[in-house]
Design a protein around this ligand. Structure first.
Ligand SMILES: [Zn+2]
Length: 178
């Protein structure tokens, strides 16, 4: 069976893309604006990482806690706003990496042919003119995370926020809960 005929295939625009230079904050904001649970981080037109909100939010919150606790002095100047780091820099500081995008597959690929690339969780798919047409999810749980909710940040009074901005709520003066 062709990849494009399976339930594990989605159109190219189904996953929003951001460049490595986009900030952590704008990465969360993109998920909220597009109401997706994940984004693709690209370098130029080369997709590198599939970053889900389920993965990124705890990583972001842990880095904030580590910074506040002074556990990671090598990585950041004191008081650095982690939300304003480029997402590529942020990912580079982490010990575990998000899901890596596999090599581009031709649109004629079959489910059986993908098994030889085993280990890659998802693949971009190209037509014969090398135009990107979609994504094939080898790991179903990643597709579930894409279709899930965008992350939400609650302030200490319980207001939902699409990103952590400067650490304070968009609706009131309360800080974002850590
Ligand atoms: Zn609030």
């Amino acid at each position: 069976m062709k990849l494009t005929e399976t339930n594990a295939f989605v159109g190219y625009n189904a996953i929003p893309q951001l460049d490595l230079g986009a900030t952590v904050r704008s990465t969360f904001r993109k998920m909220s604006d597009r109401q997706t649970g994940a984004v693709i981080i690209s370098s130029g037109d080369r997709p590198h990482w599939f970053v889900s909100g389920d993965w990124l939010k705890p990583a972001y919150e842990k880095m904030n806690r580590d910074e506040i606790a002074g556990k990671d002095p090598a990585a950041f100047a004191a008081g650095a706003n982690i939300a304003e780091l480029p997402i590529g820099t942020f990912l580079g500081h982490l010990k575990t990496q998000p899901a890596m995008v596999g090599p581009a597959l031709p649109v004629t690929s079959t489910v059986e042919s993908v098994t030889r690339y085993g280990g890659n969780p998802l693949f971009p798919v190209q037509d014969p003119t090398h135009r990107w047409i979609g994504w094939y999810f080898y790991q179903g749980e990643l597709l579930n995370s894409l279709l899930g909710k965008a992350p939400v940040f609650y302030c200490e009074r319980g207001h939902p926020n699409p990103d952590m901005d400067n650490g304070f709520c968009y609706d009131c003066p309360a800080p974002i809960r850590q």
